[in-house]
Ligand binder design. Sequence first.
Ligand code: SF4
Length: 359
Amino acid sequence: MIKKFTKKEKEQLAKQVIVYYDKQSRSLPWRDNPTPYYVWVSEIMLQQTRVKTVIDYFNRFIAAFPTIADLAEANEDILLKQWEGLGYYSRARNLQKAAKIIVEKWEGCLPQEKDDLITLPGIGDYTAGAISSIAYGKDEVAVDGNFIRVASRLLAFNGNVWNAEGKHLISDFWKSVLPKNQASAFNQGVMDIGATICLPNGEPHCKCCPISKYCQSFQQGNPLHYPVKKRKKKRTIQKKTVLLLYWNNQVMIRKRPKKGLLGGLLEFPMIDGYVNKDEVITWLKKRGYEVIRIKKGEQSKHIFSHIEWHMTSWEVEVNSFTVSERIDNAEQWVERGRISEITLPTAFKVFRKRVECGK
Ligand code: SF4
């Protein structure tokens, strides 16, 4: 049985959130000038990435693409370069797809209504609510992980907040608390309380919390019990062998298949599984490369949301004659000194560094 708040309690709770936001709100570039475009870009960047990291990316991104029209027209390589290091590159591609639609269908301005926003690529329920409320002042909630955590603790909700039923319950609760015409301050206030006081990892700072008076878990003395944890799915481990192929002071990179993990991005050639020296030589021979020198390279591990890549590597110098016949569209040779200009996923950071400075 969860606590039922009276109308008055809900009004007071909302008031505390807004007073807190007015006094304590964090100064952030997209908040200081909350245009719909800035709110949109920041919300997309903030998915899976911490605020501190996003600030620099956001400033660089806006400097490179000052308007939605600039984003729509941007060269994809330049766009992905701006995104390099943030990961989840589909977010950048969806931003551009949506920007093109906004230019064509909405005269370059993001629509105001949540129902219209949600039709754009990469914009889900939360982001639509955030843009609509923060940039346009519409009475919409923006239920993200902070809202879920804070509500589950306020209500001491023992159910599963991650399934459809739990999400509905939390969303309905916040809708019933949302004060009229103050959605921007209210939503950002709850986000800030969630991010800085009612922490996702570690002990919440209940003594400084402006809404502790209404918090059931605080009164019960067990806020860390909420939200009830979902059982984590084990990640699949994939073993990979990365090949740093050198020819004439150049290194080979290739394009990954369009679909799937890191779809369409560049990588160093990779073989599934761990392979030994002889297997590498045979693998290259089959593809028309003659090996001149080969040595064991760096190892690295990269964690995606549901997969881990455990990578080993070989550094191989190949014969120039066979190389010139072997190049196809998916593969290209890049001067070692220019590798930093190429957009490579963070998974290859260790290997890129090796190419940049190693001999
Ligand atoms: S009182 Fe504590 S647990 Fe409750 S909302 Fe505030 S920080 Fe979170």
